[in-house]
Design a protein around this ligand. Structure first.
Ligand SMILES: [Zn+2]
Length: 511
């Protein structure tokens, strides 16, 4: 019996795989509303693919780190403004944060968009082996160059459809800086930017094309611990000195022992920002930057224990714990199921882009270089991913988490990365430039725009999201982890960006 079911399932899968998918032209049976067809047609124009592809490539070239995305943010904000959006810039205490708005009244649909790069990942686009543009410079190792670009493309398509078809409501793009250091959304929420927003469509680059619902990722405290001590001749009279670096090292040893006694959902990592300048002077200042990650329920307890490790470092070394600057603190993602189901239908409608032979050849060459399976780029969209349930197994974090607790939200993962390419790694930087990125972000923009049209034109669909959200909020009310006195770390990446901006501009001939 079981075997027969397997055979039937295989036969069905084969029939489905041979059937022409939506990518090969809209299937006859699905009736697409004219408003939705309008956004799909607008984005399908070669000029639209090219316009937003070029914006994505330019942001990839800028490779600006969090809160230093002056050129990237301006390019996106200017594009939206030129398309008829009202743009407010420099919001929530962050010069690179913006909100672009079109329309008025209810419903208000928000699109999230990111544009920051990662340090140390510089890599030439579409070159399938490690080959930096500028050694040590930042690079887009998470596809964020394509993400706010996809949101902007979708928003402009929606605006065109709203104007042409008399659709009521408001569409907003939330230009969100510094996602790689998860450092904008809690501040944007605190500043009231999301007030009145009925639903949010988020997006992230991926190798597949899909969405998910339920609880995911990890909550996070991002904090810089700074110690002060006393300088002294490190050989002549070391007994006079109190080493701030010793405090950092003892804290790190204590934190590494702490790992053993935390639930498996934890992630804990750090870099030393400051550790003295020469071995023969006892360092009187040292600092270490920690990411403390766990589930929403376990985060605060774990964070307290890491603070105890810092206190232990100070006590043992005789240095002082001078400050604990919280850069950001965020929740896990709580994606809305009704939103994910609505988005999934639109992902299936849009379908996976048709990849060229050249694109498949690049993908296989990169997979070969990485020792991954040489499977090329995917040809089908992903099924809707259900939550893993119960135990969270840790992993990365995104400050979209806080947004999911103030409005019904789900994330569209759009294609463009090569399966097997590694996140936050040169291989991912290589993928997010040129034609695969152009096609992937365009497919993502179509799914975002089509979903926004559903929410703007079908009150019953929006009501479903809202009902689920209101129920969920009763047991998960939003209480920010971000301390009330925290302020955006606008200068955290300034020195690094100042060092590399000119070098990147020169190497890539950016004027
Ligand atoms: Zn990312």
């Amino acid at each position: 019996m079981k075997n027969r079911i397997v055979v039937l399932a295989l036969a069905l899968a084969l029939v489905l795989s041979l059937a022409p998918g939506p990518a090969a032209g809209a299937p006859a049976k699905i009736k697409i509303a004219k408003e939705k067809q309008a956004v799909l047609d607008w984005l399908a124009r070669p000029e639209a693919v090219e316009e937003f592809g070029k914006i994505s490539d330019r942001i990839w070239e800028y490779a600006e780190l969090g809160l230093q995305e002056f050129n990237s943010s301006k390019l996106l904000a200017d594009t939206l403004e030129a398309a008829g959006f009202t743009v407010e810039r420099g919001l929530a205490g962050m010069p690179t944060c913006f909100v672009a708005t079109y329309g008025s009244g209810k419903p208000v649909i928000g699109l999230l968009g990111e544009f920051d790069a990662l340090p140390m990942l510089s890599q030439k686009g579409r070159v399938p082996k490690k080959d930096p543009v500028v050694e040590g410079a930042p690079g887009h190792g998470c596809g964020h160059n394509a993400m706010c670009t996809a949101a902007a493309a979708a928003a402009i398509a929606v605006k065109e459809a709203m104007a042409a078809h008399g659709i009521k409501g408001t569409i907003k793009v939330f230009g969100s800086p510094a996602e790689e250091i998860v450092a904008s959304r809690p501040y944007m929420i605190r500043a009231g930017l999301f007030e009145g927003v009925d639903a949010v469509i988020d997006n992230h680059s991926s190798s597949g094309f899909g969405t998910e619902y339920g609880v995911g990722g990890n909550a996070l405290f991002s904090t810089v611990f700074t110690f002060t001590g006393k300088t002294a001749h490190a050989a002549g009279a070391p007994w006079v000195g109190r080493s701030a670096l010793d405090a950092v090292e003892i804290m790190n040893v204590a934190a590494n022992y702490l790992r053993e006694h935390l639930q498996v959902s934890q992630r804990l990592h750090y870099v030393i920002l400051q550790g003295g300048e020469a071995p023969n002077v006892v360092p009187d200042k040292a600092s270490v930057w920690y990411y403390v990650r766990n589930t929403d329920e376990r985060l605060e307890d774990m964070y307290k224990r890491v603070i105890d490790c810092a206190k232990a470092g100070a006590l043992a070394s005789g240095a002082e714990l001078a400050s604990m600057k919280v850069i950001s603190a965020i929740h896990q993602r709580h994606a809305n199921k009704a939103a994910a189901e609505l988005i999934q239908k639109n992902i299936e409608l849009v379908g996976m882009p048709a990849w060229s032979e050249e694109e498949q050849a690049f993908a296989k060459a990169l997979q070969k270089e990485l020792g991954a399976e040489e499977e090329g780029l995917p040809v089908k969209v992903d099924p809707l991913e259900a939550p893993r349930g119960g135990q969270s197994f840790g992993g990365g974090s995104s400050d979209v988490g806080d947004v999911t607790l103030i409005a019904p939200t789900a994330t569209i993962g759009f294609p463009g990365a090569v399966p097997g390419a590694i996140g936050h790694h040169w291989s991912n930087v290589a993928c997010w430039y040129g034609s695969t990125a152009w096609k992937g972000l365009n497919a993502g923009a179509k799914a975002i725009a089509a979903s926004a049209i559903d929410l703007l034109t079908k009150p019953e669909d929006l009501a479903k999201l809202r009902k689920e959200f209101e129920e969920y909020s009763k047991t998960h009310p939003y209480k920010p982890f971000l301390p009330a006195d925290a302020t955006p770390a606008n200068d955290l990446n300034k020195d690094l960006m100042d060092k590399y901006r000119g070098l990147l501009e020169k190497a890539l001939e950016i004027r």
